[in-house]
Design a protein around this ligand. Structure first.
Ligand code: T3D
Length: 267
C-alpha cells in the first residue's frame, strides 16, 4: 500500500491504494473557488493524470460543504464591474473539460451543500455519491447569473429539458433524496459512512482494468452526441484497443483458471 500526501492551502491531495483523493479546502467559504484554488486544482489534476499509480480520483470538500461555486466574497459589483465571461473561459470551462476527459474514473463525494458551479463540478464527475444531509442549490438566478460549468448541458442530459428549466428558473434547492430521485447522484449515504463507502467503490475501480475503464467512460460520454452508427464504429475501435491489452489477457486467463483477475498491483 502506498500513501502520499501533498497539500497546498486550498487543495489537499492524498494518494493511497491507487486512489487520489482531492479535497477542496476553503471550508470557511464552503470551498468556493477563488483564483488560487482554481490554479491549485488544475495543477493537482495534472499531477494525478501524470501519476501512473493513480487509477481513480475522488473529489470532495473539507468541512461541512462540498463547494459553493464562485467565491462571492471577492466580488463587489458596487465598486467595479467584472468580466465573468473571462473567468468562465479561463478557469471554469478548462476545469470542466479536464474533468470530462481525465482518462481515469472520477467520483464526486458531495459531503454537504453544493451550489452554483459546485454542482457543475460534481456532475462533471463519472459517479456522484452524496451525504444524506447534502443539498444541491442552483443559486445562479439568485445573483442574476446563468448556469455555467456545463450545467445547461449536463442538467438537460440528466433530468430532461422540462425539469432542468424548472430547477434553474425557480433556483431550486434539491435534497439528497430528490437528487437521487432525479438521477443526479448514484447513492446517498449517512455522513458517517460516506467516505468509507466512497473509498470502497473507488478502490474497486482503481483495481479494475484501466484501459477498458477509460475507454468505457469515453464511449458513454460520446454517446451523448453521437448517432448509433457513430457509436457502433467507436465501440469496434475501442474494443479492438481493449482486446489488445494485457488486461484482456489477464481477465480471460483468470476466467479460464477460475480465479479473480488481478489488473493492478500496488508498488
Ligand atoms: O463569478 C464568476 O466568476 C462567474 C462564475 C460563477 C460560478 C458560480 O458558481 S455563480 C454562483 C455562486 N455561488 C452562490 O451564489 C452560492 C452562495 N451561497 C449560498 O447561496 C449559500 O451560502 C449556500 C446555499 C451555498 C449554503 O447556505 P447555508 O445556509 O448552508 O450556509 P451559509 O450560512 O449561507 O454559508 C456558510 C458560510 O459560507 C458563510 O460565511 P460566514 O457568514 O459563516 O462567514 C457564507 O458567507 C459562506 N459562503 C457560502 N457561499 C459562499 C460563501 N462565501 C463565499 N462565496 C460563496 N459562494
Amino acid at each position: 500500500m502506498t500513501a502520499k500526501t501533498n497539500s497546498s492551502d486550498t487543495i489537499q491531495l492524498t494518494i493511497q491504494n491507487g486512489v487520489a483523493t482531492i479535497t477542496l479546502n476553503r471550508p470557511k467559504q464552503l470551498n468556493s473557488f477563488n483564483e488560487e484554488m482554481h490554479k491549485a486544482l488544475a495543477a493537482t489534476l495534472d499531477e494525478v493524470v501524470e501519476d501512473e499509480q493513480v487509477r481513480a480520483v475522488i473529489i470532495t470538500g473539507a468541512g461541512k460543504g462540498f463547494c459553493a461555486g464562485q467565491d462571492l466574497g471577492n466580488r463587489d459589483p458596487r465598486k467595479q464591474t467584472y468580466d465573468l465571461g473571462q473567468t468562465i473561459t479561463e478557469f471554469y470551462n478548462p476545469l470542466m473539460r479536464r474533468l470530462k476527459d481525465l482518462g481515469k474514473p472520477t467520483i464526486a463525494v458531495v459531503n454537504g451543500v453544493a451550489a452554483g458551479a459546485g454542482i457543475g463540478i460534481a456532475l462533471a464527475c463519472d459517479i456522484v455519491l452524496c451525504a444524506d444531509k447534502a443539498k444541491f442549490a442552483m443559486a445562479f438566478g439568485k445573483i442574476g447569473l446563468v448556469p455555467d460549468s456545463g450545467l445547461t448541458w449536463t442538467l438537460v442530459q440528466l433530468v430532461g429539458l422540462a425539469r432542468a428549466k424548472a430547477l434553474v428558473l425557480t433556483n431550486a434547492t434539491l435534497s439528497a433524496e430528490q437528487a437521487l430521485e432525479y438521477g443526479l447522484v448514484w447513492r446517498v449515504y449517512e455522513s458517517e459512512r460516506l467516505m468509507d463507502e466512497a473509498l470502497a467503490l473507488t478502490t474497486a475501480l482503481a483495481h479494475g482494468p484501466a484501459l477498458g475503464t477509460a475507454l468505457t467512460i469515453k464511449a458513454l460520454n460520446a454517446a451523448t452526441y453521437n448517432s448509433l452508427e457513430e457509436q457502433l464504429k467507436l465501440e469496434a475501435n475501442y474494443q479492438q484497443q481493449a482486446g489488445f491489452s494485457d488486461d484482456y489477457k489477464e481477465g480471460v486467463t483468470a476466467f479460464l483458471e477460475k480465479r479473480p483477475a488481478v489488473f493492478y498491483k500496488n508498488k
